[in-house]
Design a protein. Structure first.
Length: 201
């Protein structure tokens, strides 16, 4: 393949991934049809099927692209802080959960509950995704305050809590509780108790 052909291939795949992610965020899984995707991408359905055998192949590739971009943004955010404190990491994690692009991931998880084929395709991908989150967590300076035997359990408890918060905030934002919630999580991660936090105001 010549360099120009490779460039066109890369550009077309990029357009298809962008279009799929945008459609998942805006219209949902069921409405992210081949016609919707190619219309947004500005390519033909033939061009799409030259790169992806099925719609589901493209959707799983889009999920992986969401994963990649989220890790890029998280690492970029970490580099912007002089030191990666617990509070900084929690702020970045909340921002990742609430990033518009993450809406595509939430949409796929919801759809997978009742779509067996999608669920089967996402399972191995999700295992790898979670493994990568665990690897990143172990590399953070804040991992030093958590017993390494329980680090992944703690990290995913926080991830799942903030995932749920992001979904609930769409219909019922509670900014005062949200500010307190990060303080509470940071306090508990440092070994504090809820009673001490409440007494401190």
């Amino acid at each position: 393949m010549s360099p120009s052909q490779q460039q066109r291939r890369t550009e077309t795949i990029g357009k298809l991934l962008d279009a799929t992610i945008a459609s998942l965020c805006e219209k949902g899984y069921a409405a992210t049809s081949v016609s919707e995707i190619v219309s947004r991408a500005g390519v033909s359905s033939g061009a799409m099927f030259r790169h992806f055998d099925t719609r589901l192949d493209l959707i799983v590739a889009a999920a992986d692209e969401v994963r990649r971009r989220q890790f890029v943004e998280f690492r970029r955010g970490l580099s912007g802080f002089g030191s990666a404190s617990i509070e900084h990491c929690l702020e970045l994690l909340r921002a990742a959960c609430r990033a518009p692009i993450n809406g595509a991931w939430y949409e796929l998880l919801t759809a997978a509950r009742s779509d067996e084929e999608l669920r089967e395709r996402l399972q191995p991908f999700t295992v790898r995704y979670h493994e990568q989150i665990g690897e990143l967590a172990r590399a953070l300076p804040v991992a030093g305050v958590i017993d390494p035997r329980h680090l992944e359990t703690v990290i995913f408890t926080v991830v799942h809590l903030l995932d749920g918060e992001a979904l609930a905030a769409v219909v019922h934002p509670q900014p005062e509780q949200e500010a307190m919630r990060l303080r509470m999580i940071a306090h508990l991660l440092r070994g504090g108790t809820l009673h001490a936090l409440m007494d401190a105001g």
